[in-house]
Design a binder for this molecule. Structure first.
Ligand code: BMA
Length: 307
């Protein structure tokens, strides 16, 4: 097994949350000093989502804050596009601040909002950085030639749900977009691929833990794979795992709010060469597991991508 599941899974569920929620899933992850932060998505009983924050000293036992961290904005531009809720956050630490990219749902569709925090007490909304229906934005924690870089997942009928890369001088205006990974026919990625965790720098390239979806008669199955991007040119894929590294198997991944889903929005590299990967199980609970970074990189390189 590439990803060793934590024996105490699930690590966070609705019963751990001090306010009424029905799910705890798809959490962005980061470290704030020595503390692991989990910025998780929760459905309220109106079927719309907010983002809550939980903290941990060891990356496995989390305590949730008494109040949600981000609720749909009540005024102005952000209220217009967050009317139906905020979902699936990713966190990137760069230039001494934490960037949060999250899905904002409204009558206009889904777009990605960018917010920032330095202290995890207050949060400042910056801009909407996609138009509908581009989602799953992960920002690289380094600049390339002075530009920020991000992976995202647009959708059109002609090329359904691939992963793209785009660049920005200021985090607000994005361009130079190019595709980097497409769904493959009759493969576990056949229906969709999408960025998952914020990319992790290794000595052999950027590790991108992504999700792939296969459509069955019983709906989509969400699994995780890994891709390796060139260290200096992240638009260049070096290798992509042919096999998935994680699929729904535990009871709380196989059944729940949406069954057969493992969906990651964050992972944390450790100093001992391992990585803690976090995923939502069946859009209902949060789970954790550990993998060796070298093994994940080797899996990508077993399936190199030609020029
Ligand atoms: C995707 C997103 C994710 C969710 C997944 C499975 O389209 O909405 O938030 O985990 O579907 O329901």
């Amino acid at each position: 097994m590439v990803v060793k599941r934590y024996r105490g899974n699930p690590v966070l569920t609705k019963t751990d949350i001090p306010y009424p929620v029905e799910t705890v899933h798809n959490a962005g992850m980061t470290k704030f000093g020595d503390t692991y932060l989990m910025l998780f998505r929760s459905h309220l009983r109106i079927g719309r989502c907010v983002l809550g924050l939980a903290r941990s000293d060891d990356g496995f036992s989390f305590r949730a804050d008494p109040q949600p961290f981000m609720e749909p904005a009540k005024n102005g531009l952000f209220a217009k596009y967050e009317e139906y809720g905020v979902e699936d956050p990713r966190i990137c630490f760069i230039d001494e601040e934490y960037l949060i990219t999250y899905s904002a749902y409204s009558r206009y569709g889904v777009r990605i909002g960018l917010a920032k925090t330095k202290d995890w007490k207050t949060v400042e909304r910056v801009a909407f950085i996609t138009e509908p229906d581009t989602r799953n934005v992960v920002i690289f924690p380094r600049k390339f030639g002075g530009l920020y870089a991000r992976l995202d997942r647009p959708h059109t009928e002609i090329t359904p749900w691939p992963i793209y890369i785009s660049y920005s001088p200021d985090l607000v205006f994005w361009g130079k977009s190019e595709p980097v990974l497409f769904p493959q026919k009759y493969h576990w990625t056949e229906m969709k691929v999408g960025p998952g965790a914020t990319p992790i720098k290794t000595d052999r390239g950027w590790l991108n833990i992504f999700h792939g979806v296969f459509k069955t008669m019983d709906g989509g199955i969400y699994r995780l794979g890994v891709a390796l991007h060139d260290l200096n040119d992240p638009s260049r894929l070096v290798g992509v795992s042919d096999e998935w590294i994680l699929q729904p198997e535990d009871p709380w991944e196989v059944t729940g709010y949406v069954h057969n889903v493992v969906f990651t929005c964050g992972a944390i590299p450790e100093n001992d060469g391992t990585i803690k990967i976090y995923w939502g199980g069946a859009d209902t609970v949060m789970c954790a597991g550990v993998a060796a970074i070298d093994e994940l990189v080797d899996i990508c390189l077993k399936n190199p991508v030609g020029e």
